[in-house]
Design a protein around this ligand. Structure first.
Ligand SMILES: [Zn+2]
Length: 205
């Protein structure tokens, strides 16, 4: 059984399971609207591809119809905007989810609540594997993409606060009212107490 006998956009999972083979392919990120959207627009990603492999299994269960399972392996990398330094960050995606296939959404919802470690997927008929791959990549992306270590330091600078001004006193300074809330306990004398008169502010360019 060859891969080209299966159409990933309308995949017959039972046939794939019966064939006992894996199918694989490559997907151009730019052809998937939602993947293209999450990418950092300032970077022009060269030929971003998603590599995927899929295979299905029919598992016997005691006293019932066979269960269909789908195993996906997906690798790619997406260029997103780092939320700390705003530079592009390359995020590697390498996931290998298993899905138990059921016939309808109601069954999927019930099983999903019962089986914590298993993803349940409703597919009554051919499955759009490419949309599922896109969904799984999007789910795996961090909510707040960031470099582990940003390539550049965000420009911040210290400015001197005049001694005696509310901002220089220990405690919480409310800039809106210009009032100072005293700390509950007298802070111990700190070796860097002099730094208290310095405040970190974004540099104005
Ligand atoms: Zn960064």
């Amino acid at each position: 059984m060859k891969t080209r006998e299966f159409n990933p956009a309308r995949l017959d999972l039972t046939k794939l399971a019966q064939a006992g083979t894996a199918i694989s392919g490559e997907l151009d990120v730019s052809t998937r609207e939602r993947l293209a959207q999450v990418q950092d627009s300032s970077s022009t990603p060269a030929e971003r591809k998603v590599s995927w492999t899929a295979r299905a299994e029919l598992r016997s269960q005691r006293g019932g119809a066979k269960q269909t399972w789908l195993h996906l392996e997906v690798q790619t990398s997406l260029m997103m905007q780092c939320q700390r330094c705003l530079e592009p960050v390359d995020l590697a995606v390498d996931i290998a989810p298993w899905f138990r296939i059921v016939a309808d959404e109601a069954t999927a919802a019930t099983l999903d609540a019962e089986l914590e470690d298993v993803d349940v997927l409703a597919a009554d008929g051919p499955l759009d594997l490419l949309t599922l791959i896109e969904d799984e990549i999007l789910l795996s992306l961090p909510a707040v993409p960031m470099h582990e270590a940003c390539p550049r330091v965000i420009p911040m600078t210290y400015v001197a606060v005049p001694p005696g001004s509310p901002a220089a006193l220990p405690g919480v300074f409310d800039a809106a009212t210009g009032t100072q809330t005293a700390p509950e306990d007298e802070p111990p004398e700190h070796p860097f107490a002099a730094l208290a008169t310095l405040k970190l502010v974004p540099r104005k360019n």
